[in-house]
Design a protein. Structure first.
Length: 337
């Protein structure tokens, strides 16, 4: 599926200590093949970022960004002028937070799968080095798309059709957690809406209860968990919401007791569709943990077979050690002897 880029403007942001300098581009960038490839990479990188927050413009907040975005959406304000107003607000908000950011502020309006989006992303710069034909060292600057942390996306189509859901805006919460969330809520003038982690956890609980009630055997449960995880993982990749009806089609083998009816009957606090938190749903197919210098991860289907857990003794017994680990252990033992 291709991305249709409508508008693109890039400004430069340089914040050191408590002072933010903004260098505005004078006009929109010409949309060509290079721009299309760049935005497609940015789109997929954004979709792949875990731990997003979801929100909506708040009528209780006097949001310059929301007003400018609405004016642009109504064709009352040009795209460049909308970015100028938003960048002014971003400069003020950056000065309130301990984010020392230098990079390019990207504003892009694009269409993907019949939905219109405006993506706002601050892309940092990374130095790359190479050797010239004369064997001299040369350096160049590249946009570090994979490591972007300050980015938000407004789903203009959902804003028009599903504004009451309060989740048509998404943003990367980032490793800094609450500070990044607070920054975007203040910058955009939003109230946080649906919680992907909480919804994903409710979904996992509902799936496990459903599998238990249907009395599937272990192999059937493992297979269905894997199918649910694959579906959720696809949702994360494409940036789409998971749907209870799609989950029901995956889980329900017959019409007697479909999963969607089960959720309604048991009154789970689960939306009809919801954004997926990948880390949460991964626990459906994999156990993992670390602490005290030990890191362990294995597929859930191996528990009780290759991996045995003794709760009383607080031990795990692993049968069939991975070949690369076994090789390291054998070489270590040989050296010790």
């Amino acid at each position: 599926m291709t991305i249709d880029v409508k508008k693109l403007v890039v400004h430069y942001v340089d914040k050191k200590d408590d002072d933010t300098q903004i260098h505005l581009r004078n006009d929109e960038m010409v949309v060509n093949d290079k721009v299309a490839v760049f935005i497609e990479q940015l789109h997929h990188a954004y979709n792949g970022k875990p731990g997003k927050g979801y929100c909506a413009f708040s009528g209780e907040k006097n949001s310059i960004v929301a007003s400018a975005m609405q004016s642009y959406h109504n064709a009352e304000l040009g795209f460049w002028h909308m970015t100028e107003q938003a960048t002014t607000v971003l400069k003020e908000e950056l000065n309130k937070y301990a984010f020392n950011e230098t990079g390019y502020l990207v504003f892009c309006h694009y269409q993907y799968v019949a939905s219109d989006y405006v993506l706002i992303a601050l892309i940092n710069i990374k130095e790359h080095y190479s050797i010239t034909s004369e064997l001299d060292l040369a350096s160049s600057r590249h946009l570090d798309i994979s490591r972007m942390q300050l980015a938000a996306r407004i789903d203009l189509t959902a804003w028009d059709t599903q504004a009451e859901d309060n989740r048509y805006i998404s943003f990367i919460k980032g490793r800094a957690g609450r500070k990044v969330a607070d920054f975007f809520l203040d910058f955009l003038g939003c109230e946080e809406g649906i919680d992907p982690k909480q919804q994903s956890q409710v979904m996992l609980s509902a799936v496990e209860d459903y599998l238990s009630e249907q009395q599937f055997d272990k192999s059937e449960k493992d297979d269905l968990r894997k199918q649910v995880f694959d579906y959720c993982n696809d949702c994360v990749t494409t940036g789409e919401d998971a749907s209870v009806s799609e989950l029901s089609a995956t889980l329900s083998k017959g019409d007697d007791s479909p999963f969607d009816n089960f959720c309604k009957e048991q009154s789970y606090d689960l939306e009809e569709s919801f954004p997926v938190d990948k880390k949460t749903v991964t626990s459906m197919v994999k156990f993992s943990g670390l602490g005290g210098g030990v890191s362990i991860s294995f597929e859930r289907k191996h528990l009780g077979e290759r991996v045995t857990y003794n709760e009383a003794a607080d031990t795990l017994v692993i049968k069939g050690i991975p070949p690369n680990l076994k090789d390291q252990l054998q070489r270590f033992m040989e050296q010790e002897q």
